[in-house]
Design a protein around this ligand. Structure first.
Ligand SMILES: Cc1cc2nc3c(=O)[nH]c(=O)nc-3n(C[C@H](O)[C@H](O)[C@H](O)COP(=O)(O)OP(=O)(O)OC[C@H]3O[C@@H](n4cnc5c(N)ncnc54)[C@H](O)[C@@H]3O)c2cc1C
Length: 272
C-alpha cells in the first residue's frame, strides 16, 4: 500500500506540499526502485498546469510533469532536447518518467539535464509562498544536493526559444539498450555572418554535476571560424587542464580521453 496525496490542481499540490512532509512523485521510475513503504508521496501526474508545453515571448515552457513521450510528441521542443530524451531508457520508462523527475533525481547522468545545462535553461519553482526562477547550474549544488525548498516543486523547465538549432550531441553508454549515460556531451554554437556569437559545451555523467566552463566558451566569441581554428589547440589544452572527472566505473583517464575526443569532434564538425 502506497501512502500519498493525488492533487488535481497546482494550488492543491502546493498547499499539501507546505502542510505535510511529502515526497514529490512524477512517474516514479526513480522512486519505485528506492521503494520505501513508510514514505508519503505527492503524486504530480494529474495536474494540468504541470503538463503543459507552450511558448511565451521569452521561453519554451515545459511542464515538470510532462513525460518524455509527451516531450517527444511536442512540435515546440527543440531537436536537441528530443534527441537526448529519445535516448532515455525504453518506451515504458519514457511513458512514465517526467522532466521534473529527471532533474529532481539529482544525477549528473540525467540526459535531459545535460541539455538544460548547455541551453542555459532555468527552472520555475513554486511554493505556496511564491515563485523562484533558478538557472539550472545554480540549482545543482553537488551530488543529490538541490536548491529546492521542502515546500517547493519544480513546475516548469524554461528553455530559450532559439539558439539550439546548431548542435552536437553524443551519449556514450555501456550497452546499446537501457544505457544510463557513462559519458554524455552536448555542444551548441551560434554563427552569424561567419562570426561565432555563442558557444556552449557540457559534459554529463563524469562528475557530481554536469560540467560546463563558461569562461572558456567565451574564448571563441566574436571570432571567425578561421580565427577560432587558430586558437583551437590552446582552447582544447585549457579544457584538458580544467576537466576533473570524479565519477564513473571506468578509469578517469579513459573517460577524460573520451571527453576530449568528443570536444574535438564537435569542433571538427562545426568547422573550427
Ligand atoms: C530501467 C531504467 C532506465 C533508465 N534510463 C535512464 C536514462 O537512460 N537516462 C536518464 O536520464 N534516466 C534514466 N533512468 C532514470 C529515470 O527514469 C529518470 O531520471 C526519470 O526522469 C525520473 O522521472 P520520474 O518522473 O519517474 O521521477 P520520480 O521517480 O517520480 O522522481 C525522481 C526524483 O525527482 C523528485 N521529483 C519528481 N517530480 C518533482 C517535482 N515536480 N518537483 C520536485 N521534485 C520532483 C522526486 O521526489 C525524486 O526525488 C532510468 C530508470 C530506469 C528504472
Amino acid at each position: 500500500m502506497v501512502n500519498g496525496f493525488m492533487p488535481l490542481s497546482l494550488k492543491e499540490a502546493l498547499d499539501i506540499r507546505s502542510a505535510h512532509e511529502v515526497i514529490p512523485y512524477g512517474g516514479g521510475t526513480d522512486l519505485m526502485i528506492q521503494g520505501n513503504t513508510d514514505d508519503c508521496y505527492l503524486f504530480l501526474n494529474r495536474i494540468p498546469e504541470m503538463k503543459k508545453i507552450y511558448e511565451d515571448e521569452t521561453y519554451l515552457r515545459i511542464g515538470g510533469s510532462s513525460t518524455f513521450t509527451e516531450v517527444l510528441a511536442s512540435p515546440l521542443v527543440p531537436k536537441l532536447m528530443k534527441e537526448a530524451v529519445s535516448r532515455i531508457a525504453a518506451p515504458a520508462i519514457r511513458n512514465a518518467g517526467t522532466m521534473a523527475g529527471n532533474i529532481g533525481n539529482g544525477s549528473a547522468k540525467a540526459d535531459s539535464v545535460l541539455i538544460a545545462y548547455v541551453a542555459d535553461a532555468k527552472l520555475r519553482l513554486l511554493s505556496a509562498k511564491g515563485e523562484r526562477i533558478v538557472p539550472i547550474a545554480e540549482f545543482y549544488k553537488g551530488r543529490k544536493q538541490l536548491d529546492l525548498g521542502s515546500d517547493e516543486l519544480i513546475v516548469e523547465i524554461l528553455l530559450p526559444r532559439h539558439g539550439l538549432e546548431n548542435y552536437y550531441y553524443k551519449k556514450v553508454g555501456g550497452r546499446k539498450a537501457l544505457a544510463i549515460s557513462r559519458i554524455s556531451f552536448a555542444g551548441v554554437i551560434q554563427i552569424e555572418q561567419g562570426v561565432i556569437r555563442h558557444l556552449a559545451v557540457a559534459f554529463g555523467a563524469v562528475a557530481d554535476t554536469v560540467l560546463r566552463f563558461p569562461e572558456l566558451e567565451k574564448i571563441f566569441e566574436g571570432k571567425t571560424l578561421a580565427e577560432a581554428h587558430e586558437e583551437r589547440r590552446s582552447f582544447v589544452e585549457t579544457y584538458a587542464q580544467q576537466l576533473h572527472l570524479t565519477k564513473g566505473r571506468v578509469s578517469a583517464e579513459y573517460r577524460k580521453e573520451v571527453c576530449m575526443n568528443l570536444l574535438q569532434d564537435f569542433l571538427d564538425v562545426k568547422g573550427i
